[in-house]
Design a protein around this ligand. Structure first.
Ligand SMILES: Cc1cc2nc3c(=O)[nH]c(=O)nc-3n(C[C@H](O)[C@H](O)[C@H](O)COP(=O)(O)O)c2cc1C
Length: 379
């Protein structure tokens, strides 16, 4: 199979993964309108082609929170990454590290912080969910700091998990889920050998390390529903702000008023995100939410953005719409599921190449010059 894009990796991931995992990654909430719009609205952003300006020297790097990134991209936190490829968090983190960009570890990762951090050179970012057990949150922050994590990504758009119809159909949840998952595993032997057999323990590594006993993954969706905390408000974040020494980024901002609250709260950054269309279906795509948020807070706080970024051209588009840095979720997960660490490395090389083409043909030689001036404004 020839692989030259994220959609090729998606097709390869679909072949290799048992359907319950492929659809868990690929799917979104309810009718998946926002999931589709994320991709379509981003792809519809037209850039002004400019020529003959000597683009022989390009610099794709940026500085963010005191770190140098080779391209303005970070890996978004993705739960259960170690179920898509053997010890997947380690493999994805190593690929990001090799390319010179941050890997963000999810709260609900398979590998615990302590398994991943020592295997990479640059500090990883750590993503925290609001869980009812505040003892766990404090323990996770202490361990992340002890392991040298630099930036805290605090996800606020999941006080309750969104309804994802595909999960019930695929066997991720729903009737006879365990039996259906078992059957799917048997019929996907490459995955069964790599992850099912050699990728153990299958656990929420950060949570079992805190509890001192395995969590298992049998009722993952049920666990999310029981442990997420809908009572969260800005006030609850104050102790985290005081406790966390490094930069703190609020993930899941889609409205300019919330972006202004994040500035008032004293956050270092926001991530414009609708969780990849996995939470409230029908909300704005990131491409459409970005310009108003940038108008409201650009320059006062770092703006990161994910949801719908599939290639290097999209990275340039997101920055032209107002982001300082892009993040990718599914794109790297498809590559990881299909081809492990090498797949993610290759995907990042593709992204960088595509960025360079986009920068050359819009005549910008450095990321700081990617601004709203690049956008075609319809009359
Ligand atoms: C399978 C999957 C699991 C995810 N798990 C988490 C998570 O644990 N924490 C989090 O903050 N976001 C999580 N997200 C959301 C991503 O961080 C990111 O916002 C989203 O994937 C971006 O959209 P994209 O997939 O279109 O790039 C998850 C997304 C996917 C696809």
């Amino acid at each position: 199979m020839i692989i030259s894009s994220t959609s090729d990796y998606r097709a390869a991931a679909q072949k290799r993964l048992p359907p319950f995992l492929f659809h868990y990654i690929d799917g979104g909430a309810y009718a998946e309108q926002t999931l589709r719009r994320n991709v379509e609205d981003m792809a519809a952003v037209a850039l002004r082609q400019r020529v003959l300006k000597d683009m022989s020297r390009l610099d794709t790097s940026i500085e963010l929170f005191g770190e140098k990134l080779s391209i303005p991209v970070a890996l978004s936190p993705v739960g259960l990454t170690g179920m898509y490829r053997r010890r997947g968090e380690v493999q994805a983190a190593r690929a990001a590290d090799a390319h010179g960009i941050p890997f963000t570890m999810s709260t609900v990762s398979v590998c615990p912080i302590e398994e991943v951090a020592p295997r990479i050179k640059r500090p990883m970012w750590f993503q925290l969910y609001v869980l009812k057990d505040r003892g766990f949150m404090q323990n996770a922050l202490e361990r992340a700091q002890a392991a040298g994590c630099s930036t805290l990504v605090f996800t606020v758009d999941m006080p309750v998990p969104g309804a994802r119809y595909r999960d019930a159909h695929s066997g991720m949840s729903g009737p006879n889920a365990a039996m259906r998952r078992y059957w799917q595993s048997v019929t996907h032997p490459a995955w069964s050998m790599d992850v099912g057999l050699l990728g153990r323990p299958h656990d929420l590594g950060n949570i079992s390390a805190y509890r001192g006993s395995p969590t298992g993954l049998a009722d993952y969706i049920g666990w999310l529903g029981a442990n997420f905390d809908p009572s969260i408000s800005w006030k609850d974040l104050e102790w985290i702000r005081a406790f966390w020494k490094g930069p703190m980024v609020i993930k899941g901002i889609l409205d300019p008023e919330d972006a202004k609250d994040a500035v008032r709260f004293g956050a270092d950054g926001i991530i414009v995100s609708n969780h990849g269309g996995r939470q409230l279906d029908g909300v704005l795509s990131s491409a459409r939410a970005l310009p108003a948020i940038a108008d409201a807070v650009k320059g006062q706080i770092k703006i990161l953005a994910d949801s719908g970024i599939r290639n290097g051209l999209d990275v340039v588009r997101a920055i032209a719409l107002g982001a300082d840095c892009a993040m990718i979720g599914r794109a790297f997960i498809y590559a990881l599921a299909a081809a492990g660490e090498a797949g993610v490395k290759h995907l990042l090389e593709l992204l960088e190449k595509e960025m360079r083409v986009a920068m050359t043909l819009t005549s910008v030689s450095k990321v700081a010059d990617i601004t709203g001036d690049l956008l075609v404004r319809e009359a």
